[in-house]
Write a protein that binds this ligand. Structure first.
Ligand SMILES: [Zn+2]
Length: 71
């Protein structure tokens, strides 16, 4: 079986450079109005561009959590 290495974001056909747990990526990209292609894989691949967005979203999320829980 050929491993899929292209970006998992819907509508994107760039080469994936990083892979992350699918659930995490789905969650992070939701706030950027992006969704993943349907797949049974547990991991999602991201191209450089979408990785940047993912990073930005997770950072934002962390900050929000910090605020909320006051740590
Ligand atoms: Zn992409």
């Amino acid at each position: 079986m050929v491993k899929e290495k292209t970006c998992s974001v819907e509508g994107c056909s760039e080469l994936g450079v990083r892979s992350f747990a699918r659930a995490k990526v789905t969650e992070a990209l939701q706030s950027a109005s992006l969704s993943l292609k349907s797949s049974r894989a547990r991991r999602a691949h991201l191209c450089a561009e979408h990785y940047k967005i993912y990073k930005k979203q997770t950072r934002k999320e962390k900050r929000v959590n910090k605020w909320r829980y006051g740590t």
